[in-house]
Design a protein around this ligand. Structure first.
Ligand code: URA
Length: 209
């Protein structure tokens, strides 16, 4: 079973409170989402493997460490996931960025892919799927399905706020995927919004309320 990690560092808690507040405007919301994404990237990268490398300091030869793991791909789920990309790239600047767009079919209520653009060689890469809200879990599951169908086998899911309902759905569909969230909230309301949550993350990021 994948691990659920709630990254409740004091800085993250403080910044989450800012973006939960309905009086926080678009510009500040966007900045703070990126700041939280940067802090989450730090935690997500904690288990990345390192290897020895010999270098010379100005004084002596020395064996030190360098990153040795798989090349990282950040995959925002459109549209709200885009709001986390720059913050994550600040810490993992060599990462590639893939994109996955899903919409919900109004008859079947199933998520449908409308845009998938990914680098080649997914088998060899560490995928970080990002979306601020893990609500019902439908789009997270579908996005990860889309990646696995194309060969990805090493996937982590990173969000800002998760609902217990979405965590359960994602864990059951993809037990190999670790979930990193800044907060685990109480529940979903009848419209699929997370409570207490922060509202519609995409609307708040892009000012489309
Ligand atoms: N998506 C959002 O943006 N917010 C929620 O609360 C749930 C899903």
């Amino acid at each position: 079973m994948g691990k659920l990690q709630v990254i409740d560092h004091p800085l993250i808690q403080h910044k989450l409170t800012i973006i939960r507040d309905k009086n926080t405007g678009t510009k500040y919301f966007r900045e703070v989402v990126n700041e939280i994404a940067r802090l989450l990237a730090y935690e997500v990268s904690r288990e990345m493997p390192v290897e020895d490398v010999e270098i010379e300091t100005p004084l002596v030869k020395s064996v030190q460490k360098q990153l040795a793991g798989k090349k990282v791909v950040i995959v925002p789920i459109l549209r709200a996931g885009l709001g986390m990309v720059d913050g994550m790239l600040d810490l993992i600047p060599a990462a590639k960025v893939g994109h996955v767009g899903m919409y919900r079919d109004q008859e079947t209520m199933e998520p449908v892919e409308y845009f998938v653009k990914l680098p080649s060689g997914l088998e060899e890469r560490q995928m970080l799927v990002v979306d601020p809200m893990l609500a019902t879990g439908g789009s997270a599951v579908a996005a990860i399905d889309a990646l696995k169908k194309r060969g990805a086998n090493n996937i982590k899911f990173v969000c800002l706020v998760a609902a217990p309902e979405g965590v359960k759905v994602l864990e059951e569909a993809h037990p190999d995927v670790d979930i990193y969230t800044a907060a685990l909230d109480e529940r979903l309301n009848e419209k699929g919004y997370i409570l207490p949550g922060l509202g519609d993350a995409g609307d708040r990021l892009y000012g489309t309320m």
